[in-house]
Design a protein around this ligand. Structure first.
Ligand SMILES: Cc1ncc(C[n+]2csc(CCOP(=O)(O)OP(=O)(O)O)c2C)c(N)n1
Ligand code: SF4
Ligand SMILES: [Mg+2]
Length: 311
């Protein structure tokens, strides 16, 4: 039986399957928003219909990066800012996998910003969750790319002089085909957004507002949110690029004025993913490359064998 036979299994899935058998004690601080991401993700999985065996969670480095330790699935705790290249390779080698990449605002919008831009542009089919707590949590509260202007920290004691990154606007301009914002204080919406993002065929980016009570008590992540899909004065078409861009810009500006707007901001269901494009032009086989690699019958040359030839 193939190691890939779990994919496509048709049975009831329970959220508890995503809790590791020997449950590690989460080292997140009490009240940390990261617990909300874990909970929403566990609740979303059964509705997406994926088992732990069909799922890969790749994380970066940070408090957020620990997510893969507390979630039962295939996991890869990668290096700082590099979750996306790992996730892309895995998805291309084994397209049947549900691939989720996750990391912090420093990880994804700072050191990994280049990978974010190009993974979005290429529309790789995966879900990318960015825990946005507007600081570097793990390394004790330094200013991050999403810290608001004037934010004081140990690295910017007189207040940050920089304008923050606009994550959703950057995402849209780079080419993401699904862009949403949700918040850990809003677990029901978060679950729905994660389901949509996983079911979306293409690069789905979720800017997930997470509170850090230890290093960023002043952040707006605690403020009650407004859902843009329900807000009366916020009427726009999520499939229209220009309208989405305007709505995002507005939401990003209002965040630091104390108003938290969440929901889906952009959805393009027509654009084929990178993998689909490659398969359509016969540049990639329909069967998983990873399966060939593990097969003893495959005549595919392994790079390690090539290395021996050239010695
Ligand atoms: C190449 C590299 N540079 C710096 C670090 C140190 N470092 C670890 S986590 C981190 C930032 C974490 O912030 P963020 O990505 O926002 O995650 P959070 O802890 O807030 O969830 C930094 C700078 C590292 N591990 N590797
Ligand atoms: S330092 Fe902040 S982000 Fe990290 S676990 Fe504690 S509360 Fe969460
Ligand atoms: Mg952070």
């Amino acid at each position: 039986m193939s190691v890939f036979s779990a994919i496509g299994e048709d049975r009831e899935i329970d959220r508890d399957e995503f809790t590791p058998g020997i449950e590690p004690q989460a080292t997140w601080c009490p009240g940390c928003g990261d617990f909300g991401v874990l909970k929403a993700l566990k609740q979303a999985m059964p509705e997406v219909g994926r088992t732990p065996d069909e799922t890969l969670l790749v994380t970066g480095i940070g408090c957020s990066g620990k997510l893969s330790s507390y979630f039962e699935s295939y996991g890869f705790h990668s290096i700082h800012g590099r979750s996306l290249p790992v996730a892309r390779a895995a998805k291309l080698a084994n397209p049947g996998l549900e691939v989720i990449a996750a990391g912090g605002d420093g990880d994804g919008y700072g050191i990994g910003g280049n990978h974010f831009m190009h993974t979005a542009r290429e529309n790789h089919d995966m879900t990318y969750i960015v825990f946005n707590n507007e600081i570097f949590g793990l390394t004790k509260g330094q200013t991050s790319p999403t810290s608001p202007k004037g934010h004081k920290s140990k690295t910017q004691p007189h207040g940050s002089a920089k304008d923050p990154v606009r994550p959703m606007s950057l995402s849209l301009a780079s080419g993401s085909s699904y862009v949403a914002r949700t918040a850990a204080v809003n677990p029901n919406q978060a679950k729905e957004i994660l389901i949509e993002a996983m079911e979306h065929d293409g690069f789905a980016h979720v800017d997930f507002l997470t509170q850090c009570p230890t290093w960023n008590k002043d952040a707006k992540q605690y403020v009650p949110y407004t859902d843009v899909q329900d807000a009366e004065d916020f009427d726009f078409d999520v499939t229209d690029r220009r309208e989405a861009a305007e709505a995002m810009y507005d939401a990003e500006s209002r965040l630091h004025e104390g108003e938290v707007l969440t929901g889906r901001f952009y959805v393009d269901s027509d654009r084929p993913s990178y993998g689909a494009e490659k398969r359509a032009t016969d540049e990639m086989p329909a069967d998983p490359l990873a399966e060939r690699y593990l097969s003893e019958d495959s005549e595919w040359e392994r790079s390690a064998d090539l290395l021996h030839h050239h010695r």
